[in-house]
Design a protein around this ligand. Structure first.
Ligand code: C5P
Length: 291
């Protein structure tokens, strides 16, 4: 996450994420599912601007897809910080969306983490990392990951974050089809009996550590992919079109609907993007790993 103090404002570029693997380990008593996932921040960004306001926190955005008012994670982050620090005055927050909403790219969670870090700075609260982490875990599942960024193995609902060092950067093509997926519906339709041992987080971690030197690509996987594709059949065609365009290891991120594939470099990525754009598959991005 990039934080730029600019006069009386703080500006943050909040990155998207990919789930390089996602394993569902079981159902929990709180209704959530226990996950094991490797997440990676990538170069698709939202931009947020924070400045002090006299009244309560207000979020301004031109994006029609972003939830308004207290339903927005950015506003909830500001309110949680105010409550924690005993502050009564809020902030004016402007949000420019670059990350597609509801695609499994984590935009809402990344914006929320950006708000925690930026307002901690703007309001000179000096809360330590652990306090921000505790607030992030309370606000949602993926938010704590975005406080770290880079590559990390995440467990629990995603909030137990173990950063992974020295993972070679990769070049991705990400496609967001014009199709909205309900995370809740995907998990409701997920049968744990579907789980076999054919996917393996440990193998993915080994692949990641050596992919720079071996010239091979990691075996990405997503245990939710079969369920989402079953619920939204056009995604099967999308995955095939992405593979046919020259992308390797085409996989879904989060609970969908975005898919990603990997390439040797930018030139190959641009060639795939050209082909995919002719097929009008949705929004297509070239994205690279960011720290
Ligand atoms: O994280 P989010 O609030 O988008 O999740 C929506 C729903 O998906 C949850 O209410 C829950 O039913 C399901 N879910 C789950 N296990 C997770 C994450 C989400 O069962 N780890």
């Amino acid at each position: 996450m990039e934080i730029i103090p600019r006069g009386i404002e703080v500006v943050v570029r909040a990155p998207a994420k990919l789930n390089l693997c996602l394993e569902v380990l079981g159902r929990r008593s709180d209704g959530y599912h226990e996950l094991e996932t490797v997440m990676q921040t990538i170069s698709i960004y939202d931009e947020l601007t924070f400045e002090n306001a006299e009244g309560p926190t207000r979020l301004v955005t031109e994006s029609p897809d972003v939830p308004h008012g207290a339903d927005n994670l950015v506003v909830r982050a500001a309110e949680a910080l105010c409550e924690h620090a005993g502050r009564t005055r809020g902030a004016l927050i402007r949000l420019q969306k670059g990350i597609p909403v509801g695609a499994g790219l984590g935009g809402g969670s990344s914006d929320c983490a950006a708000a925690l870090v930026a307002l901690n700075r703007l309001w000179a609260l000096d809360l330590p990392r652990e306090a921000l982490h505790a607030l992030a875990s309370r606000l949602g599942s993926d938010i704590a990951f975005f406080l770290h960024g880079g590559t990390a193995l995440c467990r629990g609902r995603g909030e137990k974050v173990s950063p992974l060092e020295n993972v070679p950067p990769l070049t991705y093509v990400v496609v967001c089809p014009a199709l909205s997926v309900s995370t809740k519906e995907v998990y409701e339709n997920f049968g744990l009996s579907l789980t076999t041992d054919s996917f393996n987080t440990k193998l993915l971690l080994e692949d990641l550590s050596k992919c720079g030197s071996s010239g091979t690509f990691p075996n990405f996987f997503n245990r939710l992919e079969a369920v989402t594709v079953e619920l939204h059949k056009p995604l099967k065609l999308l995955a095939r079109q992405m593979t046919d365009s020259g992308l390797e290891r085409v996989t879904m991120t989060g609970s969908g609907s975005a898919f990603f594939g990997v390439t040797r470099g930018r030139k190959e990525a641009r060639e795939s993007i050209e082909k995919l754009k002719r097929l009008t598959v949705g929004k297509v991005f070239l994205a690279e790993s960011v720290g």
